[in-house]
Design a protein around this ligand. Sequence first.
Ligand code: NOJ
Length: 532
Amino acid sequence: MSERVWWRDGVVYQVYPRSFADANGDGIGDLEGIRGKLSYLASLGVDALWISPVYPSPMADFGYDVSDYRGIDPLFGDIEAMDALIHDAHGMGLKVILDFVPNHSSDEHPWFRESRRSRDSAFRDWYLWRDPAPDGGPPNNWLSNFGGSAWTFDAPTGQYYLHLFLDKQPDLNWRNPVVREAMYDAMRFWLRRGVDGFRVDVIYHVMKDAGFRDNPPNPDYQPGVDAEAHRQLPVHTADLPEVQGVVAAMRSVVDEFPDRVLIGEIYLPLDRIVAYYGQNLEGANLPFNFLLIGAPWEARFIGGLIERYEAALPKGGWPNWVLGNHDKPRIASRVGDAQARVAAVLLLTLRGTPTMYYGDEIGMHDVAIPFADVRDPFERNEPGKGLGRDPQRTPMRWFPREGAGFTRGIPWLPLGDAVATINVDSQQHEPDSLLTLYRALLALRREHTALSRGAIKVLDCNDAVLVYERFDDTGSFTVALNFSDNDAAMPVSLAGELVLSTYGEGDAQATTLRANEARVLRSPSARSPGQR
Ligand code: NOJ
């Protein structure tokens, strides 16, 4: 059996740093706070934490507007705090993945300040500047992902600059080799400090059409429902063939250091996600697979999804699965509390590196935010469409008390209700809690290579139940998931010892699953992936 590879055999846990743990009492999470919770993460049984951006930032997009790629924002601590966090994490066997934001910087980054100073600036070509259209308007029709034109006019120099997100997030010019090298060096800066890899923000956006052609209209656009950017098909602003070269170059940088990982954030259809492994696997180790996030929560659909994804993977490409993140509604709000338990079993028994989102292990819900308290610029720009991301970014609940053990100050976003039950401390020793279920699943996955890196075969499906098998030459597990809230017949008869049920106990021989039940059975015989 080959050696354990942490990012393949392990589980990634996303920490949204503003909301994880606040050590200094200012109501916003920080690095010291995260450091204090490393033993929680280690005992939970995850292998790596990915921390959303903590670089210096004006926080227009809460850290996704970086004003220095080699520092730490004072809000979160300082570089020594990051060094200490990496040191302690490694001491506990945890890897640390940083977010890297290459598509755009902050408009307050010295590079952009210099770039906008004059048309003759040595940094002018670090960003994407264009003359106005003949009518004085923006150079083309491109739209910002956060609403409105993707171009902002800069009166002193008489040109527009491009921003696929906020006007405070000008896009860097990745066709400029000097920009590329500066960014690769920033990556090396962190890799040298011991960071174990990067989750690269909107990696598929870094290249734009060299001719700045208009994007075509999207015939499926639903006004009032979809984000305004979806008026167009982003054919000239996303997933250009040239992006692949950048991904491969980033991978080479990461591979200059042993045992690191490159993860790409990619919101594209399945056939395009898998293209980001690279033709010869020279691309991202893990192009994020977000298919579960938008999927109808139905047995047949999810069974089909697993098969389609598995079939689309390039040979040797390792899969991954994500249930939620800081940009999407939480799983417990999407599918309900009972199905959140089924979702936990699904995520942690699929073939592929799972990424968990902080708080999902205790069943945190989206928290409704009154408009006056909205912090997310996406919600402010496009109110009422349900696009705002504050609800899924509320503080982690550690204890059933004021501030939820997250802060002794005033939390930057409301904690929400049900803190008395939805918190780590209350669920810690509760045998039926979601946290206990997550711990059991993480332990099981860690213990058995059949679950962490074995093969997968979808065995059968009916309207309610999906059954698949995970196996290698050390063992075999059958997973049965009831996506409905009724008792449901098993589509195939299962044999084996019941090692886990979302109900705690159960009859291994049962031919039906209880409402919202998921089960893992250990099959009597092991077999190798080739044997059927
Ligand atoms: C994707 C990030 O996940 C999101 O939070 C951010 O707003 C955009 N990229 C822009 O950086």
